[in-house]
Design a protein around this ligand. Structure first.
Ligand SMILES: *Cc1c(COP(=O)(O)O)cnc(C)c1O
Length: 349
C-alpha cells in the first residue's frame, strides 16, 4: 500500500466483475428520474429534504440520526476525520483487520493517522478479542465490515455489539456496504442511544446500482454525528444523487430481482469453481473470493484478455492465490464461467 488508492481499471465494453458494482445498472425508474432533471435543477443548489425523508423511511431511523454523504467513501473519510479531531495522545490510530477494504487505511493515513491492522484468523474469521484488546490510548476509530470485503463473510451482530461495548468510547465504524444482500443490519436491531459510539455506513452504490451517481449514508447517535455533519460539505450530494436516491429506495421490486440474480450467480460460480478445483469463500455479499492456487495473476490476465475483469487479491496479505469476483447478472456470470473454463485449460502447469 502506498497510501494512495490505486483505481483498478477495466477496458470499456467488457464484463466488469472487479468492483462489486450492480452489473445490471440502476433501476429503469431511477434512469427516468435522472433524465427528468431540468436546466433549473442543474443551476440551483439541491434541496435534501426528500432524500433525507426517503432514507429515514426506508431504514426506519429518525432524520437526526442520518448524514448523507457523497458515497460511503466520503462517509469513511469524514467519520475518520471527526474521530481524529482529538489529538490528545500523539498520532491518532485507526484499527482494523487485513485483508479488508482499502479505504480505511487510505483515509486514516490521508488524515495524518496511523493504521494498525490485525490479521483475520483461520477460515477468515474476525479476531474479535484481538480487536478489543488492540485498542490503546491513541486509537480513535475501529473499522469492521459486515459482510466483510473481500471475503463476503457475514459477521454476527452480537459480536459487533460486544466489540462496541468493549471499546467505548472509541468510535466503532460498521461498514454495511453489502448489507442489502443479507438483510441483516444493526439498524434494524439496535438503538444508538444504547450504542452511542457506533457509526453505521451504508452505500447505494452496490445493491441499488448508484456507484456512478455517488451516494451513501452514515447512521448514528445525533451527538456522534454532530462533528461529522460539520465536516461533510453542505452540498456534497449533487442534483442527480438527490433525485435518484428516493426513487431507488422506493423500487424494492428491482432490488429484490437483482438480489435473486446475485444468489443464482453465486450458486453457478460455486459449482464452476468446484469443477475446476478452486476454493470459494462462503459469501453473503454480491461477490466471492476464489482461491485458484498458484496462477491467480495469470488467470486474472487470461480473463481480461477475454474481456472479463476480476480483481486480483493474491498479493494482499493472507490472500495468496485469491481473486475476488463480482456475482451480478446471471448472464455475466455465464460469461465469467465460460471464460474461466476456457482459460484454465491453457493454464501453465
Ligand atoms: C464499495 C464499498 C464502499 C464504498 O462505497 P461508495 O458509496 O461507492 O463510496 C465502502 N465500503 C465497502 C466495504 C465497499 O466495498
Amino acid at each position: 500500500m502506498t497510501g494512495e488508492y490505486d483505481r483498478p481499471r477495466a477496458a470499456r465494453g467488457g464484463v466488469r466483475l472487479h468492483l462489486n458494482e450492480n452489473t445490471a445498472g440502476c433501476s429503469p425508474a431511477v434512469l427516468r428520474a435522472l433524465r427528468s432533471v431540468t436546466e433549473r435543477d442543474a443551476a440551483f443548489y439541491p434541496d435534501y429534504d426528500e432524500a433525507y425523508a426517503a432514507v429515514a423511511r426506508a431504514f426506519d431511523v429518525p432524520e437526526d440520526q442520518i448524514v448523507l454523504t457523497n458515497g460511503l467513501d466520503e462517509g469513511i473519510l469524514t467519520a475518520t476525520a471527526a474521530a481524529f479531531r482529538d489529538r490528545g495522545n500523539g498520532v491518532p490510530e485507526g484499527l482494523g483487520v487485513f485483508p479488508a477494504f482499502d479505504m480505511y487505511e487510505v483515509c486514516t493515513e490521508a488524515l495524518g493517522g496511523r493504521m494498525v491492522m490485525l490479521p483475520l484468523g483461520p477460515d477468515y474469521s474476525y479476531p474479535w478479542n484481538a480487536l478489543g484488546s488492540g485498542v490503546n490510548e491513541r486509537t480513535r476509530i475501529v473499522y469492521v465490515t459486515n459482510p466483510h470485503n473481500p471475503t463476503g463473510h457475514a459477521l454476527a451482530l452480537d459480536d459487533i455489539v460486544a466489540l462496541s461495548r468493549a471499546i467505548t468510547p472509541v468510535m466503532l465504524f460498521v461498514d454495511e456496504a453489502y448489507a442489502d444482500f443479507t438483510g441483516e443490519t444493526l439498524l434494524a436491531r439496535e438503538t444508538f442511544a444504547e450504542l452511542p459510539n457506533i457509526v453505521v455506513g451504508r452505500t447505494f452504490a452496490k445493491a441499488h446500482g448508484l456507484a456512478g451517481v455517488r451516494v451513501g449514508a452514515l447512521f448514528g447517535h445525533p451527538e456522534t454525528l454532530a462533528p461529522i455533519r460539520r465536516i461533510v460539505l453542505p452540498y456534497t450530494l449533487n442534483i442527480f444523487a438527490t433525485v435518484a436516491l428516493p426513487v431507488a429506495l422506493a423500487d424494492r421490486e428491482y432490488r429484490d430481482w437483482y438480489a435473486a440474480q446475485v444468489i443464482e450467480s453465486k450458486r453457478m460460480l460455486r459449482e464452476a469453481c468446484a469443477r475446476l478445483g478452486f476454493g470459494v469463500s462462503r459469501s453473503a455479499a454480491n461477490f466471492v473470493l476464489v482461491n485458484v492456487g498458484d496462477h491467480a495473476r495469470w488467470l486474472v490476465e487470461a480473463l481480461a484478455a477475454r474481456q472479463v475483469f476480476v480483481r486480483d487479491r493474491s498479493s494482499d496479505p493472507g490472500c495468496a492465490g485469491c481473486i475476488r469476483m463480482t456475482t451480478g447478472l446471471v448472464s455475466d456470470t455465464e460469461r465469467l464461467v465460460a471464460a474461466m473454463e476456457e482459460a484454465w485449460c491453457g493454464a501453465p502447469r
